[in-house]
Design a binder for this molecule. Structure first.
Ligand SMILES: Cc1cc2nc3c(=O)[nH]c(=O)nc-3n(C[C@H](O)[C@H](O)[C@H](O)COP(=O)(O)OP(=O)(O)OC[C@H]3O[C@@H](n4cnc5c(N)ncnc54)[C@H](O)[C@@H]3O)c2cc1C
Length: 453
């Protein structure tokens, strides 16, 4: 449609002024806000939903991966991720588990999403972060190379927040797009999943057998995913079995379709399982309040994370993140997943486990010697060329498909958030543009604040 409606000149009230506005309140955004606040910045945090945590809470995705290198020897992730796990464990809101299958990483943590939400609320209060829930970013106001304000919308109407620095932690890069920053989409765009809470269970083998035998008639022959427990809860599990293929969740029509299609899939899937299991019926207890979005746009910066550097564990002068999670790519248009581990293993699983292809990517590349125990991302992954006071942190980060498959997990993005808040502080403290600050200063401050980079 090419019709436009002109809005008469509007006066928007200034509702706040801040050193830093963080848009998006997942752990990425909250951790950016907490780091900046602990360094002394006055921070406003804006979140469009009723709770903090993003995919981890509203999307029900409750697994954080190992904090250690691939040998489970050296701790390589700490900072707010570790602090949050400690807080959660005190409340039985997280439990540590060892790897349970050939596809699992050595260890991981199951969280309770509602306990996590509560801990994030506490961070906001303790660090005097001014939080606006139910508040959506609408537009960024810029002058030359600076973002001067963000316009938000909530029950009070439109409001402007004047600011010296902006961190876009919206996942989709909503602010970056509005600012006209260069964004791109990977060809292998990973599909979303409607996660749900399930009451009841049937044996895993029976479950797989039913999908193999009857999946085709219900349209599920090819798809598979994962499931797990929720810390502190009995008899209820978290399921992430299916995918909505062929959608771009940064488009309103696709997102609406994906939400409804995700729920339809879930209900039909359970109808099939209940019909053939001969056990007590399993029931959906809840859907996430948002579909789990794996990937949309990426924001172009000076350094693009790529599989080569990442899997071979390239080291940097100014690292902002350490990670060990394998490359994990959910295939764009069919139910397959490719895993690539730092130690060389490559596993491609297709069709509910009916086809498992194994290879060694290190051998294929002729690599000898020890594998990298962990990988890193450099400070340059933050540096866009367009604005002096703007960073995008989260799954919109500059990463080609293979590297994105690994860095997209939360223990990694949590660190990206911490680094974004820290970099904002360094810019304001030194009165320099983002492009002019020394990344090593950011790394040093991250270490002082408890990070393991
Ligand atoms: C089904 C699924 C399973 C996964 N499994 C795992 C796993 O087991 N372990 C793991 O670590 N990772 C997993 N991931 C990946 C990981 O969860 C995500 O990559 C990560 O959570 C993304 O974090 P983010 O901060 O970039 O974005 P999000 O979590 O999407 O956060 C963005 C936040 O910004 C807010 N927002 C968006 N637009 C606006 C706006 N206009 N105004 C205000 N606020 C806004 C959103 O409401 C949200 O709170 C999974 C992902 C999915 C979808």
């Amino acid at each position: 449609m090419s019709a436009f409606l002109k809005i008469p000149e509007t006066k928007i009230p200034v509702i706040a002024e801040a050193d830093l506005v963080v848009v998006g309140g997942s752990c990425t955004g909250v951790f950016a806000a907490v780091r900046a606040a602990r360094l002394g910045l006055d921070v406003v945090l804006v979140e469009k939903l009723n709770m903090l945590g993003g995919v981890a809470t509203a999307g029900l995705v409750n697994v954080w991966h190992s904090l250690h290198d691939i040998y489970e020897q050296k701790q390589v992730i700490a900072g707010l991720t570790e602090e949050t796990l400690q807080r959660l464990m005190k409340r039985s809101g997280a439990e540590k588990l060892d790897g349970v299958s050939q596809y699992a990483v050595p260890s991981h943590y199951n969280l309770n999403p509602w306990e996590l939400t509560y801990v994030l609320d506490q961070y906001v209060q303790e660090n005097k972060i001014r939080l606006l829930l139910h508040t959506s970013f609408v537009q960024a106001i810029k002058r030359d190379r600076k973002v001067e304000a963000v316009i938000v919308s909530n029950v009070d109407g439109l409001g402007a927040i004047k600011t010296k620095f902006v961190v876009d932690a919206t996942g989709d890069g909503r602010v970056a797009k509005d600012l006209g920053c260069p964004v791109y989409y990977n060809d292998l765009l990973q599909p979303p999943t409607s996660c749900f809470l399930l009451q009841g269970e049937i044996p895993v083998e029976k479950w797989s057998e039913i999908v193999k035998r009857h999946g085709t008639e219900y349209g599920f022959s090819d798809d598979w995913g994962w499931w797990g427990n929720i810390a502190g809860l009995k008899d209820i599990s978290l399921r992430a079995d299916l995918h909505v293929f062929g959608v771009d969740c940064s488009k309103a029509a696709d997102l609406t379709y994906a939400e409804m299609e995700g729920r339809r899939q879930t209900m039909t899937y359970l109808e099939m399982l209940n019909k053939y299991s001969g056990e007590d019926p399993m029931r959906v207890v809840a859907f996430g309040s948002t579909i789990g979005i794996r990937e949309t746009a990426h924001y172009k910066t000076r350094y693009q994370a790529n599989g080569e550097d990442l899997l071979q564990g390239k080291r940097y002068d100014a690292p902002i993140m350490n990670g060990t999670y394998r490359v994990d790519i959910h295939h764009k248009n069919s139910g397959g997943i490719t895993f690539r581990y730092l130690d060389g293993r490559e596993v491609v699983v297709i069709g509910n486990g009916t086809q498992v292809l194994r290879d060694d990517w290190r051998k294929r590349k002729g690599l000898t010697g020890d594998p990298a125990p962990y990988y890193q991302l450099p400070f340059e992954v933050f540096i866009g060329e367009e604005y002096d006071n703007f960073i995008a942190a989260g799954r919109m980060l500059n990463a080609e498909a293979e590297a994105f498959g690994a860095v997209r997990v939360m223990v990694n993005l949590n660190q990206i958030g911490e680094a974004a808040g820290t970099a904002a502080y360094v810019c304001l403290h030194t009165d320099k543009a983002l492009q002019a600050i020394d990344g090593k200063t950011v790394t040093e401050l991250l270490r002082k604040g408890g990070s393991a980079v």
